[in-house]
Design a protein around this ligand. Structure first.
Ligand SMILES: Cc1cc2nc3c(=O)[nH]c(=O)nc-3n(C[C@H](O)[C@H](O)[C@H](O)COP(=O)(O)OP(=O)(O)OC[C@H]3O[C@@H](n4cnc5c(N)ncnc54)[C@H](O)[C@@H]3O)c2cc1C
Length: 400
């Protein structure tokens, strides 16, 4: 039988910002930066103690391509800015020489515009750039509830060293990766029914130096060009249950430890350098927005496009992303970004890569600075603002 305890207490309203960004992964970083550059007072709330989410704390350090695999750059603006920022202290691997050193289109069609970066550098650099743009960062703070008033979010309830408090804003960006804010606000959400395979990405040092070690099965469709790895376990994980998340982390740690022990038998100098400190889940829960972009809608032009991405798995497959995928009119002042926007399962696997998270983050943050009601926002004004910031919206602008 379920037992309940009733909580009743007053909590202080801590700050009031223009834009509150929930989650400091690549989507949240992009959103906070874009909103701050529009002159908004921005607060970013992150439960970890570094920025970057999966890309840094999760050691997912391959910035997948900004291009279409046929020599055309698709994602610009903050997606490109963060790409360059991630390697500004040095490239780890996969240096995209032809893209950064004036290669020809022919050369660019052979090398994808992707790179492997250092996660610690990116976390530190992202923090530096957000602070320089006036963003207030609240680390070690978990958003645990939402206070609603007439279809609008009044405040988010957070918990940290000060206990519980409320943080209010005019608009909210759900960049939690799991659509936590939509879910807490009883907005419409969808879960990823297939669930996630077990992953155990870690860094090791050995005779051949410090390298990323990828454990686990990527679960990409069979026809894709990418290395899919080997399944670590038959079990799959939703990423949405506290107990199950802990079991997943323990299983990932066990697989990592077994791998280290095995490798040490072959090379005595083999040692782990960093392990992930965040659950490595790809698709969990997303918002159900005004539009749900489908994998089959490649090459489709959308009047309200906020940016473009290429399919990281297959060359020549490109998408415009409609603004309507980022919000639901049921909650007026909430917008989503990153791996929890409104897309079908096939598209989810494409848009969740870092470029898609940065493109949707930039659009969500910019929109959040421009309106208090996303359904009412003049999206042409949003598009104009994004273009002024350097983003490209339609295939023709990418030379297609
Ligand atoms: C195993 C694996 C391999 C991958 N490989 C690649 C790859 O090679 N290249 C690539 O480009 N992409 C890859 N991806 C996908 C990509 O890394 C992520 O989808 C992307 O980084 C997600 O960014 P995000 O900002 O949307 O979400 P996240 O990175 O998940 O960020 C969400 C942030 O919100 C915070 N947060 C969540 N809930 C709360 C809360 N309630 N309160 C406060 N803070 C909260 C989290 O701590 C986190 O920092 C991979 C993903 C996985 C799991």
């Amino acid at each position: 039988m379920e037992r309940y305890i009733k909580e009743e207490f007053k909590i202080p309203l801590r700050v009031f910002a223009d834009v509150l960004v929930a989650g400091g992964g690549m989507a949240g970083i992009s959103a906070a930066l874009a909103a701050a550059r529009q002159g908004a007072k921005v607060i970013l709330i992150e439960k970890q103690c570094i920025l970057g989410g999966l890309a840094t704390a999760g050691l997912v350090t391959i910035y997948l391509p900004l291009c279409d695999g046929r020599g055309n750059q698709m994602s610009y603006g903050i997606a490109e800015e963060l790409f360059l920022l991630s390697i500004s202290l040095g490239v780890q691997e996969r240096y995209p020489q032809v893209w950064l050193e004036n290669g020809t289109k022919e050369e660019k069609s052979k090398q994808r515009f992707e790179v492997q970066f250092n996660p610690q550098s990116l976390a530190l650099l992202a923090e530096e750039i957000l602070l320089a743009n006036g963003v207030e960062i609240l680390y070690d703070t978990r958003i645990c509830n939402v206070k609603m008033e007439n279809g609008t979010i009044e405040a988010l309830i957070v918990e940290n060293k000060n206990g519980r408090s409320a943080v209010g804003a005019k608009t909210y960006v759900d960049a939690t990766g799991d659509a936590d804010i939509y879910w807490l606000a009883h907005g419409d959400t969808e879960e990823y029914k297939k669930k996630n395979t077990l992953a155990g990405w870690y860094y090791k040092n050995s005779r051949d130096g410090v390298k990323l070690k990828i454990l686990g099965f990527a679960d990409a469709p069979p026809e894709t060009e990418r290395d899919k790895g080997e399944a670590l376990l038959d079990r799959r994980f939703s990423g949405l249950d506290g107990k199950e998340n802990s079991e997943m982390l323990c299983a990932s740690h066990k697989a990592t430890l077994e791998d280290i022990r095995q490798k040490k038998l072959e090379d005595d100098s083999y040692e782990p350098v960093t392990i992930s400190t965040i659950p490595q889940v790809r698709m969990t829960r997303r918002l159900s927005g005004e539009y749900t972009l489908m994998e089959s809608e490649n090459d489709k032009r959308f009047v309200d496009s906020i940016g473009m991405i290429g399919d990281w798995r297959k060359r020549g497959i490109v998408y415009e992303i409609p603004f309507r995928c980022l919000y639901s009119s049921k909650i007026k002042n909430l917008i989503g970004a990153g791996r929890c926007v409104s897309v079908d399962d096939g598209m989810w696997d494409i848009i969740r890569a870092i470029p898609g998270c940065a493109v949707t983050g930039e659009a969500a943050g910019t929109a959040a600075a421009l309106t208090a009601d996303f359904a009412e926002l003049d999206w042409k004004l949003l598009q104009k603002t994004l273009q002024e910031q350097g983003q490209r919206l339609h295939f023709a602008e990418a030379g297609l």
